[in-house]
Design a protein around this ligand. Structure first.
Ligand SMILES: NC(=O)c1ccc[n+]([C@@H]2O[C@H](COP(=O)([O-])OP(=O)(O)OC[C@H]3O[C@@H](n4cnc5c(N)ncnc54)[C@H](O)[C@@H]3O)[C@@H](O)[C@H]2O)c1
Length: 249
């Protein structure tokens, strides 16, 4: 049977991989047909939630060899983006790449060069640019309702708490560069969008005041992100180790 739908694959099907589910619209233009992940539980959960014929791969390269796949969502951790995106673009796939593009400038340049050489489409997942409240702010600014923008102030909240980011790979320099890039990428992007320009000079101060002593952060291949629980304190402990600690008190 001929299939006119755009055939889409996902690298990194757990966690943020869920964003690809929106593209699963069989018979309406696009469908998910394959997923690759290093975590077999994540692959099983992906197959279950898609609930149609999807192929599963523990090696993303085999998936990219398939000529019937048109586009790829890359929702793997940041430090994998360079390898995965270059491979997908060079395989001629259109790519939705989660932010940040890569964890260093050389990695970003390699991805952009691969897109340029292959002429494959590349879209970076700065999804906040599409959020209604951001679009409303942009409209108010563009309409001149607040005059010239002099300053933009951002406070970044995580609705499910800091544990999820400070106790796994997100907070490890070798996997993400920094949380300023990993999480602040959203804010910096929106500041640029609303301010109508790009950063030229930076003054900064900061310290590892709360989570700096955490020494056993979860690796990318370990369990998925953890959600905060209100009693999880002190922050140097992993969620697993908090039970005996709390039961002593
Ligand atoms: N735009 C947004 O709002 C938003 C929100 C959350 C995450 N993200 C981005 O999505 C990406 C994933 O973040 P996450 O929090 O879901 O991470 P995660 O640790 O949950 O990983 C996502 C999936 O990738 C898999 N994975 C890990 N290493 C892999 C490898 N080498 N090859 C294939 N799969 C691999 C994991 O097993 C998991 O299933 C990050 O780049 C992050 O910045 C974006």
């Amino acid at each position: 049977m001929m299939c006119d739908d755009l055939q889409i694959a996902v690298i990194g099907v757990g966690g943020r991989g869920g964003v690809a589910d929106y593209a699963h619209r069989p018979g309406k233009g696009s469908r998910l047909v394959a997923g690759a992940d290093i975590n077999s539980d994540a692959l099983r959960a992906f197959a279950k939630r898609i609930d149609s014929d999807v192929s599963l791969y523990d090696d993303y390269r085999q998936m990219l060899d398939r000529r019937d796949i048109d586009a790829v969502f890359i929702t793997s951790p940041d430090f994998c983006h360079e390898e995965h995106a270059v491979a997908a673009l060079e395989a001629g796939k259109a790519v939705y790449l989660e932010k940040p593009i890569a964890i260093d400038i050389a990695g970003c340049d390699r991805i952009l060069e691969a897109a340029y050489r292959s002429r494959s489409k590349l879209y970076v997942g700065h999804n906040m640019r599409h959020m209604p409240f951001v679009l409303k702010m942009k409209q108010l600014i563009d309409d001149g309702r607040i005059g010239q923008v002099k300053a933009i102030w951002v406070r970044h909240f995580i609705s499910y708490g800091g544990e999820a980011y400070f106790k796994d790979w997100h907070a490890e320099r070798r996997f993400s560069n920094s949380l300023l890039l990993q999480k602040g990428a959203h804010d910096i992007d929106i500041i640029h969008m609303l301010g109508g320009g790009y950063t030229q000079r930076v003054h900064a101060m900061g310290a590892l005041t709360v989570y700096g002593d955490v020494t056993d952060r979860r690796k990318p291949e370990e369990k998925p992100q953890i959600r905060s629980i209100p009693d999880l304190w002190p922050p140097a402990h992993k969620q697993d180790s908090i039970q005996p600690l709390m039961s002593k008190t």
